[in-house]
Design a protein. Structure first.
Length: 284
């Protein structure tokens, strides 16, 4: 398995204040309203009656074929839809963006579902708390053991003045930010799960870097929608006006699938055998 090290571990930390009330909330129907949950914004990629924000892409089979502009790597609508409106997203009070988040240590299968208008030069992967970086190419080999909490990262594609800047779901920014965790208010990621990923009560814990999603559900699956334009306004500062982000989180959509550990699989198998034994005795 290939992996990279940014060469600079976390020497200094900037405290990122976690949003106090991050909870799993019902997705509901995506209505393109620019109101309510943060992922339900009007997408600049809409064509005609299509609703192309990440919520609709993940939950709807009603997107007209070819109804989203510049689709790359997708055949829309996704069928079957990965999620339903009974599934959930991670958000704050009234559906505001969840702030910083990472996933707990474990074995995962992490793959891209595709892009809608996402710049093809944008790269992505995951970054462990110790600074170890996994690229999407490294993750493509299959199940990957991630030995500590990890964030999702992207290299920013737009505006051109900021191309190559790294953002992570731990809300870090800058050339070496995913080692140093400089704070930023930009939120580039939307997080959903099919329900198994919620795990037991208290599955979301919090530290100084934000929420940690504990994948206690067996074969928990998450979907992360990524925005490849600056999600806080225009540009990377006074030097460039930049491009206004539509915050539709559809530029890259990835699947984060937790893989049960062998011990967990063994316990599940033992439980099924025990149940079979009980049923057999009842029939006797």
């Amino acid at each position: 398995m290939s992996r990279l090290s940014f060469g600079m571990a976390m020497v200094a930390f900037a405290v990122v204040s976690p949003l106090s009330a991050q909870t799993w909330q019902s997705i509901g129907a995506a209505n393109n309203s620019n109101s309510g949950a943060y992922w339900n914004n009007t997408s600049a990629d809409n064509v005609g009656s299509a609703v192309c924000n990440v919520g609709n892409i993940l939950t709807s089979v009603g997107i007209p074929v070819g109804g989203c502009s510049n689709t790359g790597g997708f055949s829309l609508p996704l069928s079957p839809a990965p999620l339903s409106t009974t599934n959930v997203f991670l958000g704050g009070v009234a559906g505001v963006n969840p702030g910083a988040f990472r996933f707990a240590a474990g074995t995962y299968n992490i793959t891209s579902l595709g892009r809608v208008a996402g710049d093809q030069s944008t790269s992505w992967g995951v970054i462990l708390d110790n600074g170890t970086v996994f690229t999407s190419a490294a993750l493509a080999s299959g199940n990957t053991v991630l030995a500590g909490p990890f964030a999702i990262w992207i290299t920013q594609a737009l505006p051109s003045a900021g191309a190559g800047t790294v953002f992570t779901s731990a809300q870090s920014i800058g050339a070496v930010a995913i080692g140093l965790r400089t704070a930023t208010v930009n939120q580039q990621f939307a997080v959903f799960t099919n329900g198994t990923g919620m795990g037991a009560l208290g599955a979301i814990t919090t530290d100084v870097f934000g929420a940690i999603i504990n994948s206690t559900g067996s074969a928990a699956r998450y979907f992360v929608g990524i925005e490849d334009n600056v999600n806080g306004g225009r540009g990377f500062g006074a030097g460039s006006a930049g491009v206004l982000s539509d915050r539709d989180y559809n530029d890259i959509i990835i699947s984060v699938q937790a893989v049960p550990e062998p011990a967990t699989i063994g316990l599940m198998g033992f439980g099924l055998l025990a149940l079979a034994g009980v049923a057999k005795r009842r029939k006797a």
